[in-house]
Design a protein around this ligand. Structure first.
Ligand SMILES: [Zn+2]
Length: 446
């Protein structure tokens, strides 16, 4: 075992891992990015949410969704980005059956947000850019045929791109969890990965030169992963796979791979396109966007309290431990629920009691209203008091009926306390804290 550990350490020091991330998040606007079709397409009948714009019919003109653009900017602001006063949409040209226009409206060189970061446990991970684009349709493969559902076509999609600042899978996972938490706090997306609302694409390369300043001359992108666990596995798999190739004196191919859950491996999909393969050019049907300083400031002022700030405030304002505050602030809904319960007027329950009940009893916050929760705490407090009085009288009765207990105890025979506890438990037939019973018995015996 010990030898094994030493081997891993040596092994790690031999190379340098470089990881960057692209994350796509679908916004939960009512309508799509460039038309009035409903963006709530999940589970709907195929092609029931479509119109000439999102079907890419000739002559149809896009009208940008203001809500989506504002949310994209707010995501950038929440990630400490700068919002340039000028921005525009571009066409990213490529052919694929799920893209009826032959191009995707995206942003190339002048995105809405630039240069931010997320900080986790004192480590800063750089965010290159946050930009706005539209989702594509969805291919469904049935036997020998492929069917296309355009309900998803044109749904607002935000892409968040990081710097190549990661060197291990667990930091990547921590970053992704934080990002998902921030997105949910902003209430701009549920970021539900099972529904494809958050899609993860790590790019990984390895250098055998630990001190290399330049990035390796290749990178492997793993596309559309839908769970944090799979991202971790895909990254660790890629590091090993690429190391093997590098050690044999070759360079891994610059390519796009996918995560194959069944094989527990990444598999090659296609050789990666360069940006110039997409023939980007400015979208001629949408005028550029110009922000005033006031508009940018106004959007920022509407950003709600974010996870780190809430965590700190919960600890300070409600005197909660870091552990409790972390659990309560993990999901915005739970944090709101807790605060609602704390603010119930004349509530005699302390924040600590409320936190304990939520955390330890795993209250179903969808079913139990905060007011009901507080009531429960107060009434359970009353029964406890009642029990203590009840307990005292039971103990007194037992001691009167068994005078030997007090005599033996006075002689230093402490084992009789255990006998008395047994008698009490026999009479009350309830699960209660034995320590309380013992304490009460000792009080009576003194
Ligand atoms: Zn449409």
């Amino acid at each position: 075992m010990r030898q094994h550990t030493i081997f891993i350490k040596k092994h790690l020091m031999n190379h340098k891992v470089i990881i960057g991330l692209e994350v796509h998040v679908e916004l939960k606007t009512k309508s799509k990015m460039f038309c009035g079709c409903s963006a709530e397409y999940f589970g709907e009948k195929p092609n029931s949410h479509t119109c000439p714009v999102c079907l890419g019919l000739p002559g149809a003109l896009p009208v940008p969704n203001q809500q989506a653009i504002e949310w994209c900017v707010q995501i950038g602001q929440a990630l400490n980005c700068t919002i340039p006063p000028f921005s525009k949409f571009d066409r990213k040209n490529y052919f694929y059956p799920d893209l009826p226009k032959g191009y995707q409206i995206s942003q190339y060189d002048e995105p809405f947000c630039l240069g931010g970061h997320i900080e986790i446990n004192g480590k800063k991970f750089g965010i290159t850019r946050v930009h706005m684009e539209e989702d594509t349709g969805k291919l469904l493969h049935e036997g020998k045929s492929s069917l296309i559902d355009f309900n998803r076509s044109g749904v607002p999609l935000v892409e968040i791109v990081t710097e190549p600042d990661f060197d291990n899978a667990s930091d990547v996972k921590a970053y992704l969890q934080k990002l998902q938490q921030i997105i949910r706090y902003l209430r701009v997306s549920d970021a539900d990965m099972e529904k494809g609302q958050m899609r993860l694409e790590p790019n990984i390369s390895v250098s055998l030169d630990v001190n290399a300043k330049d990035l390796p001359n290749y990178k492997v992108e793993v596309k559309n992963i839908n769970s944090f666990g799979f991202v971790e596995k895909a990254i660790n798999f890629e590091i090993e796979r690429q190391l093997e190739i590098l050690k044999s004196g070759k360079t891994p191919a610059q390519e796009t791979r996918g995560w194959d859950e069944a094989k527990n491996a990444t598999v090659s999909q296609r050789i990666k396109e360069e940006a110039n393969d997409y023939r980007y050019f400015p979208e001629p049907d949408i005028p550029p966007i110009r922000w005033t300083k006031e508009q940018i400031a106004e959007l920022k002022s509407r950003i709600p309290e974010l996870p780190d700030a809430k965590l700190a405030r919960f600890q300070k304002e409600f005197a909660l431990s870091q552990y409790d505050a972390e659990i309560l602030t993990r999901e915005i809904e739970l944090a709101d629920y807790f605060e609602e319960a704390v603010e119930i007027p004349k509530s005699k329950a302390t924040p600590k009691q409320i936190a304990n009940l939520i955390i330890n009893k795993k209250i179903n916050t969808d079913e139990v209203l905060p007011a009901r929760l507080v009531e429960e705490i107060i009434s359970s407090g009353k029964t406890e008091e009642l029990n203590v009085d009840e307990l005292r009288s039971i103990i007194k009765k037992i001691l009167t009926e068994n005078p030997q207990i007090a005599k033996d105890f006075a002689k230093g025979k402490t084992s009789v306390v255990q006998f008395a506890i047994g008698q009490v438990m026999y009479i009350i037939k309830k699960k209660i804290d034995i320590n309380i019973v013992r304490q009460l018995i000792l009080e009576e015996l003194k």
